[in-house]
Design a protein around this ligand. Structure first.
Ligand code: ACM
Length: 268
């Protein structure tokens, strides 16, 4: 398979209203029909600005819960790989998670956010999965997962790339602007494609307001912007990528960003 079509979905989830968010996501999947891979934002099913573990527990579900099973059906019917941010309940713990649903899968592959941001630290348990890369031979691509604030840690994308990720997906609810400078660098420094699905809208809880400024984007392996959304619109962006081109890490006949590494001189 030569080209792979990737979509990022940008919208404003409604805090606490899972059925409404699911309905919005199903409608947006129609617009994403041409894509092989569809990436939704962080906590797309629930909204973001939780104030307590009790609030998360009220809407969290296991990876084989009702809503994710519904989305798994969509992945099967549509022959798409879906990546969806959701609050996960597992073994008495609460995770800010992303589910990767395969067309032929019967269970989600779940990544649990490694680096919790701001009040997430009060509401979720730190992720325990480590960084996951999923090999999808049917689509000839290896997909690595990270979530939002993980971008601040170059080790996250580097770990995924070293494990063979060719496309990194990053469901996000970004609230600062520095990421716009850094995400393309994560793509370039690892020679991978990077798809950032960010949300829009605002959430005000206990007198504190968060503003989410969209600008979802798909970056090429040399850091170029393949497509980028505006700040406010609900939209689906689609780009064609060629994962095979990321398999050699050379960028000229003598230089290779993996072969040239000197890990013996690095400190982690
Ligand atoms: C974030 O990690 N949601 C900023």
């Amino acid at each position: 398979m030569a080209g792979l079509r990737v979509a990022v979905v940008q919208f404003a989830p409604v805090f606490g209203d899972r059925q409404r968010n699911l309905a919005t996501m199903l409608a947006l999947l129609d617009a994403a029909r041409p894509a092989h891979v569809v990436v939704f934002p962080e906590l797309a099913l629930s909204g973001y600005f939780f104030q307590s573990r009790q609030e998360v527990a009220a809407v969290a579900e296991p990876a084989d819960g009702l809503l994710l099973r519904r989305l798994q059906q969509e992945a099967r019917w549509r022959r798409q790989i879906l990546i969806i941010g959701f609050p996960e309940q597992a073994n008495g713990r609460l995770y800010n998670a992303a589910a990767l649903l395969l067309p032929d899968g019967d269970r989600a592959v779940v990544y649990r956010k490694t680096h919790l941001f701001y009040k997430e630290k009060l509401c979720f348990d730190p992720g325990d999965t480590g960084f996951l890369v999923v090999d999808v031979p049917e689509y000839d691509v290896r997909i690595g997962m990270m979530i939002c604030y993980d971008w601040r840690f170059p080790e996250a994308a580097r770990t995924l790339a070293l494990q063979g990720a060719e496309l990194i997906v990053c469901p996000s609810n970004l609230v600062t602007e520095a990421w716009e400078m850094v995400m393309p660098v994560r793509a370039l420094e690892n020679k991978v494609y990077l798809a950032v699905a960010n949300r829009t809208g605002t959430e005000e809880r206990n007198g504190e307001r968060l503003v989410f400024r969209g600008k979802s984007a798909i970056y090429g392996y040399n850091g170029t912007v393949l497509c980028r959304a505006g700040e406010r619109e609900t939209t689906v962006l689609i780009a064609d990528i060629e994962p095979q081109r990321t398999r050699s890490k050379a960028f000229d006949p003598l230089d290779d960003i993996f072969a040239d590494r000197r890990p013996e001189h690095y400190r982690l």
